[in-house]
Design a protein. Structure first.
Length: 279
């Protein structure tokens, strides 16, 4: 396991990791991020969100130069969102998704923007959205009257597809169908969400490509996460840190477990890194 003093880059998942459970950024965590950057640590956002759905307050922190978005389907420069690496789903795989999940509620990410079915955006709770994410959905998505037709029209441009599940049982049923996909990376960041992107995507793979570009060795990286979609990133990093509130798969992939997101776990470890570098 990599020593704290050797960390040159730290990749931070956002929801339920860096952000509080109300999706806000605690002052303690923002201060720790700024201090880490001042100490020479490259801070990288690593999120399942589309770029335009990233929290403005996080993106505005000076020194955050890169963001891994859409579960590794895109790596962009911050600010601005200029793509330096991009993977889109194969058009035939998009058509396969439409066939397999016909009639299911879906949202898609195109060029860093999220689009969803108009009826879902109008009444998220009716379609299984957690109350804590209603505002997020309604302020970051653009509605489409026919999301399936939108997907067909943009089949060669999709960064990723989310299949929205009404219940955990519905999630289990639909997850079995993902076995029929042939060229996709499939993961989940929440109990009612199936996330589909190109087979070469994934936060871990994207972090590897970014490290190669920056000349940072994998063993000199740290990654923080809480969801199944963070597991490959934590496995890749020299130091994989799972939150106390992480899923079993995420914890199994980690080297260490820190305090929960609401207990500012990321901030505590960042300050430990800074202290180790100064020692």
């Amino acid at each position: 396991m990599t020593e704290l003093r050797d960390i040159e880059l730290a990749a931070l998942d956002l929801d339920d990791t860096t952000l509080l459970s109300d999706s806000s950024l605690a002052e303690e965590t923002e201060s720790a991020i700024r201090a880490a950057i001042d100490a020479g640590i490259e801070i990288v956002i690593a999120s399942g969100r589309a770029f335009k759905a990233l929290p403005a307050r996080v993106c505005a922190i000076p020194g955050i130069r890169y963001a891994i978005t859409s579960n590794g389907a895109a790596v962009v420069k911050n600010p601005g969102g200029e793509r330096i690496m991009s993977l889109t789903l194969r058009a035939d795989e998009v058509m396969r998704v439409l066939e397999i999940f016909e009639g299911e509620l879906m949202e898609v990410f195109v060029g860093g923007q999220a689009y969803c079915d108009a009826k879902y955006m109008a009444q998220p709770l009716k379609y299984g959205c957690s109350p804590r994410y209603v505002s997020y959905v309604q302020t970051t998505r653009l509605p489409q009257e026919n999301i399936a037709e939108f997907m067909r029209s943009n089949a060669d441009r999709l960064d990723s597809i989310d299949v929205l599940c009404r219940t955990s049982e519905h999630m289990d049923e639909l997850w079995e169908k993902t076995r029929l996909l042939q060229n996709a990376y499939v993961t989940s960041s929440s109990p009612r969400l199936i996330e589909i992107s190109d087979k070469n995507a994934g936060k871990g793979a994207a972090l590897g490509r970014l490290c190669e570009r920056l000349g940072v060795l994998p063993e000199r990286t740290a990654a923080f996460g809480n969801g199944d979609n963070d597991a490959d990133m934590l496995s890749f990093a020299g130091l994989g840190v799972a939150m106390e509130n992480a899923t079993e798969a995420c914890i199994a992939a980690s080297d260490a477990v820190c305090a929960s997101n609401d207990e500012h776990g990321v901030a505590k470890i960042l300050y430990e890194m800074i202290g180790a570098k100064k020692a």
